[in-house]
Design a protein around this ligand. Structure first.
Ligand SMILES: Cc1ncc(COP(=O)(O)O)c(C=O)c1O
Length: 388
């Protein structure tokens, strides 16, 4: 039996624990294919490591920037799988990728500064800029292909631009930007003296055995003028532990970032238990994550194949992530389409509205497929039967 069979999902537990648009917040007859959060129990090695840590009976302060075992494992992971050369001191434990994005924005930007982000892209990019008073400048990318027009991106740079924030792999388009695109981007950043924030939370969920290269690995300038944001919610299903990492190879900047972000004062800091769980994931649970990716790839293929028969949706074929972002072809707006799907088909999906992904997402919907084959098939068939 596979780890990712329908029978391994504990729906009763999900009904109590899976929030953020999912099982715990939808009526019993609705299938939530909304927030990107797996329906499967996490790898047992993660639970065992946390239980064993608790068993020793002490929960003291940890090191301010994170436990050695956490920082070592994150650096090793990036070096082994993503072409980087990080040392543990380049790693800061943070409370989720979302917090990492916010801390980087707060550190690099003053009110009124501009940061370039993609449109469409996950709402956290705009949100984290706005809460620090910075101005998001939208770089449109085609929702069907995600291809980045580098000349257009460069034309958006002004004297107020301080940062380019990239989502690689891209949520919601499922595109992976390869090292040649990243190198061209690094050259633009270098020409204009800009920093790059590379959100790489999806970098382990890549299909068809494609290699992944981190932005920080493409040039010396990229290594020394970027913050990489990594997380554990997608690869290992640890969203509730609120654990992530920020990586930066520029030692002086990293030390200052940790100080300015109030980790040394203990105002900030990450639960040691969450770090133990995340470190165990990187050390012991790749067999689980690799099988998860295989399962997801089959789900991606199923979703693509079923949605290709639709008269109201035209699917993309994501190379990464566990969301698919089909285009609405029957003229309905994203909000109306999603409302009708919920009311008539009893499936919850996410509208491609400006609120979630920027104005460039309109006319699309996002469907999450990190569930069993059975739930996914039923959800999409319900949509097709009511919406065509
Ligand atoms: C691109 C991207 N960045 C960040 C996050 C947030 O992750 P975390 O749970 O670690 O805050 C998500 C979650 O969906 C995401 O898709």
């Amino acid at each position: 039996m596979s780890l990712f069979d329908h029978t391994s999902i504990q729906f009763n537990t999900l009904k109590q624990r899976a929030f953020n648009g999912r099982w715990a917040v939808v009526p019993d007859d609705v299938l939530p294919l909304t927030a990107a959060d797996p329906d499967f129990p996490v790898a047992p090695e993660i639970i065992e490591a946390m239980q064993s840590y608790l068993g020793a009976g002490y929960l003291n302060y940890g090191p301010f920037s994170g436990l050695d075992v956490f920082k070592e494992n994150v650096a090793l992971h990036y070096n082994a799988r993503k072409g980087c050369a990080f040392i543990p001191e380049d790693v800061l434990a943070v409370n989720s990728a979302a917090q990492g994005m916010y801390l980087v924005a707060r550190y690099l930007l003053q009110p009124g500064d501009e940061a370039i982000i993609f449109d469409p892209v996950d709402f956290l990019f705009k949100k984290t800029l706005e809460v620090v008073g910075a101005r998001p400048v939208l770089c449109a990318i085609p929702a069907e292909t995600g291809v980045l027009d580098l000349a257009h991106l460069e034309s958006l740079i002004t004297p107020r631009t301080k940062l380019i924030s990239i989502c690689n792999p891209h949520n919601p388009l499922g595109v992976v930007y390869d090292s040649s695109v990243l190198l061209s981007l690094a050259k633009i950043a270098e020409r204009h003296g800009l920093w790059v924030m590379s959100d790489e939370i999806w970098s382990d969920i890549v299909y068809d055995r494609q290699a992944y290269r981190s932005y920080a690995s493409v040039s010396d300038y990229a290594a020394l003028h970027s913050f990489t944001v990594y997380g554990f919610s997608k690869t290992f299903g640890l969203a509730g532990l609120r654990i992530g990492a920020v990586l930066c190879q520029n030692t002086a900047v990293m030390q200052d970032f940790i100080e300015q972000s109030q980790f040394n004062s203990t105002i900030e800091g990450v639960s040691t238990l969450s770090q133990i769980g995340a470190a165990a994931a990187l050390e012991h649970a790749w067999y689980w994550a690799d099988e998860f990716v295989e399962h997801l790839q089959a789900n991606r293929d199923l979703a693509y194949q079923l949605l290709s028969k639709s008269n109201s949706l035209q699917p993309n074929r994501p190379d990464s992530t566990y969301v698919i972002f089909p285009k609405i072809t029957n003229g309905l707006s994203s909000e109306t389409y999603v409302k009708q799907v919920l009311e008539q088909a009893k499936v919850a999906i996410v509208p491609g509205s400006a609120r979630w992904f920027g104005p460039g997402a309109e006319g699309h919907v996002r469907i999450c497929f990190s569930t069993s084959r059975d739930v996914l098939e039923e959800g999409i068939l319900r949509i097709l039967s009511k919406m065509g």
